[in-house]
Design a protein around this ligand. Structure first.
Ligand code: PSU
Ligand code: MN
Length: 304
């Protein structure tokens, strides 16, 4: 069997030696953050991991080949080039046609799992969009996590989504959701939503134990770690509510559909908030990367 993906030298060495590795996605860089901050962010997320003794594995598809771990030129490409946005269903097509693409949470989870990586940090998960009972717009992130054994650290889902419906889908698909230092599901820019969680832990060691128990029970599902932004860093709720209503109306008026919806909303909100939502987005993502580093370190220690 020939390998359908390429694992970078540092990532391969870390995995072989049971040293901690954290996967990072590229859609947040290519389609979720404005330039040039996206390039700085991609480098910074990797640096946060390295300084915690964790090997970063930023994942993207370059010229048809899935890359598990990027070099400096690869990071530059996901930040500066016009890349496609690839979810799982796009992977065979972009591989065959030798296209370059940024990977969503779903595609990143799939590729990281193929490479043997167990922990992944992102900003927010994709979920069920508002009006999904009409549009059927549910991110492939959710069903992919039902069949992909990765632990993904996110600040919940963006408040642009239908949070209640997203949590119902996670329940239906039997995907464990654990609050990290919280009993309330976070909504990305804001620490809390109206939805409480059944389970909460305070340490990375407990998440590692949950991962081990998951393996022991031979479940196929991944684990969602809901890591809220610290209160002092969250977005002002009143401004958030105002901009959100405006953004949803703008998406509706522009008639955006399909995979363009999430990038449209995110970039609209950055502009309509005068950049404030961007700072909050970066803070919550850094915070997720730090927690993922702790979890990957605890996982390596547990297996040692
Ligand atoms: N949430 C963010 N920023 C992002 C995304 C989600 O805060 O950039 C990206 C992730 O890559 C996620 C994708 O997997 O959007 C979901 O897109 P869709 O809703 O089209 O499935
Ligand atoms: Mn969608």
């Amino acid at each position: 069997m020939t390998s359908s993906f390429r694992v970078s030298e540092p990532v391969a060495a870390a995995l072989a030696e049971n040293r901690p590795v954290v996967a990072l996605e590229s859609t947040i860089i290519s389609h979720g953050l404005p330039r040039p901050r996206n390039h700085e962010a991609a480098l910074e997320f990797e640096e946060i991991l390295r300084s915690a003794g964790v090997t970063p594995a930023t994942i993207a598809v370059l010229d048809g080949v899935p890359q598990i771990g990027l070099d400096a030129e690869g990071v530059r490409r996901i930040a500066e080039d016009e890349l496609a946005k690839a979810s799982v269903r796009d992977l065979p097509i972009i591989a065959a046609l030798k296209v370059s693409a940024a990977t969503t949470v779903a595609a990143t989870s799939h590729l990281a799992t193929l490479a043997g990586i167990r922990v992944f940090a992102t900003g927010g998960l994709g979920g069920v969009h508002r009006g999904a009972s009409e549009s059927f717009d549910e991110s492939a992130d959710i069903p992919t996590l039902a069949v992909t054994p990765i632990t993904v650290v996110s600040a919940g889902v963006k408040s642009v989504l239908d949070i209640g419906a997203t949590l119902e889908r996670l329940e239906t698909l039997s995907i464990p959701v654990v609050g990290y230092g919280t009993t309330v599901f976070p909504r990305f820019w804001l620490r809390e939503s109206a939805y409480s969680l059944d389970w909460s832990v305070d340490t990375a060691a407990e998440i590692a134990l949950i991962m081990q128990a998951r393996d022991d029970s031979q479940l196929r599902q991944g684990i969602v770690v809901a890591n809220p932004i610290p209160l002092h860093q969250q977005w002002d709720p009143a401004e958030h509510d105002r901009v959100l209503i405006e953004a949803l109306a703008a998406a509706d008026a522009a008639g955006v559909t399909g995979k363009a919806v999430t990038p449209f909303l995110l970039l609209y909100i950055v502009e309509a908030s005068g950049g404030r939502s961007l700072e909050v987005n970066l803070d919550l993502a850094r915070n997720n990367v730090r927690v993922a580093a702790e979890i990957a370190t605890a996982w390596s220690a547990l297996r040692a």
